[in-house]
Design a protein around this ligand. Structure first.
Ligand code: KG4
Ligand code: ZN
Length: 344
């Protein structure tokens, strides 16, 4: 039988490492769900003045930070190297140079200790963040994976099996939030700022396009919305009118969330699942969480999402997915490469 973490309990202690983007993270996870430590060294301040992640700065900072973050994760967990069962590390998708640093650190540790090495798909990690906090959740699931780099609807008939139903044709959801925030001078990352501003705005004050809302597929397009927001702001400025940032944020957010909620509901109905998982940084979004839950509750579909700290990049989620891969007997060789375009 294939390993099913909701049926079988497997004992292990995993040190997990995540460096795919701009967080240097390490965590110790026991038995696939107990988070003994979860250290995240964010580089946000280093990238903020550029309005986005600068890959070269990210790699260099991971290199300077990763050893200390790993040591801190072990220390906070009260775990020594001989207590570990395996080392898990994100192998992709992500920035190649950034991924490489975590991978090399994990390989060096595995080589020195003789521990098995497990490679984890970053997106599977985001999905497994749900299982850290909802241990009873069993597939089939429909997962909406929305992060800075990805926007996908995924059908997960069983653990470890993924069918891509659709994805963005251009910008990712988080990328759209970040670009609009940058344009408005709100800082980086943009998602949390727009979420907060939108809470005081009227989502119907400015009507933005809902791209691909009725295309009867599960794809998304967000670049047109970005242009529509920018054009609106330029027009208002030219006309000498004051821009209500709260209404603008609320209108933009509603346009994103409307399409995502609509397509996720359709996907859940098509696949007849009773559980939908939200995953990735944009799963922090208040409106997305509330709207999706409200829409699906009437259809007897449960919507799960991780706590905000587990939605954004962290290594605990990599430990959870690593546990699953370990007990499937999927190991990484010491000559493995980072896979910047890895698919689920
Ligand atoms: O998953 P994540 O930490 O990194 C990637 O794997 O990309 O996601 C980061 C993204 C950023 O684009 C950020 O703006 C977005 O998640 N984000 C949000 C919110 N919190 C973070 N987007 C919308 N609303 C939020 N509350
Ligand atoms: Zn991520």
């Amino acid at each position: 039988m294939m390993f099913d973490p909701t049926v079988e309990v497997k004992k292990d202690t995993i040190l997990a490492i995540e460096t795919s983007c701009d967080e240097t993270a390490a965590a110790v996870v026991r038995d696939g769900w107990q988070v003994l430590s979860n250290v995240v060294a964010s580089q946000v301040d280093l990238h903020a003045r550029f309005g986005g992640v600068v890959p070269e700065i990210a790699s260099r900072n991971h290199l300077e930070t990763v050893n200390a973050v790993m040591a801190q994760a072990l220390n906070e967990a009260g775990v020594a190297l001989p207590d570990l069962t395996a080392v898990a590390v994100t192998i992709g998708p992500g920035l190649v140079g950034a991924l490489h640093i975590g991978l090399v650190a994990a390989k060096a540790l595995a080589f020195a200790t003789g521990l098995p090495l497990v490679g984890v798909n970053h997106l599977e990690g985001h999905i497994f963040a749900n299982l850290l906090q909802h241990r009873d959740a069993t597939p089939p699931f429909v997962c909406l994976v929305v992060s800075g780099g990805h926007t996908s609807l995924v059908h997960m008939p069983e653990f470890g099996s993924y069918e891509l139903m659709g994805s963005t044709l251009d910008d990712a959801a988080g990328e759209a939030f970040d670009k609009i925030a940058k344009f408005l001078g709100l800082g980086y990352p943009g998602g949390p700022m727009i979420d907060k501003l939108a809470a005081d705005g009227d989502p119907s004050a400015i009507e933005f396009p809902r791209a691909m809302m009725h295309t009867k597929d599960f794809d998304f397009s967000l670049s047109g919305l970005k242009t529509a927001v920018i054009n609106h702001v330029r027009k208002e400025r030219e006309a000498g009118r004051e821009i209500d940032l709260a209404d603008l944020a609320a209108g933009f957010q509603a346009a994103v969330v409307d399409v995502q909620v609509h397509k996720t509901v359709e996907a859940a109905e098509l696949k007849r699942v009773d559980t939908v998982l939200l995953a990735g940084g944009v799963a922090c979004n208040t409106s997305l969480r509330e709207r999706l839950r409200a829409e699906l509750i009437n259809r007897n579909v449960r919507v799960l999402y991780p706590s905000p700290a587990m939605c954004t990049d962290n290594a605990a989620m990599i430990g959870a997915a690593g546990h699953f891969r370990l007990w499937r007997g999927e190991f990484l060789q010491l000559d493995a490469d980072a896979l910047p375009n890895l698919q689920l």
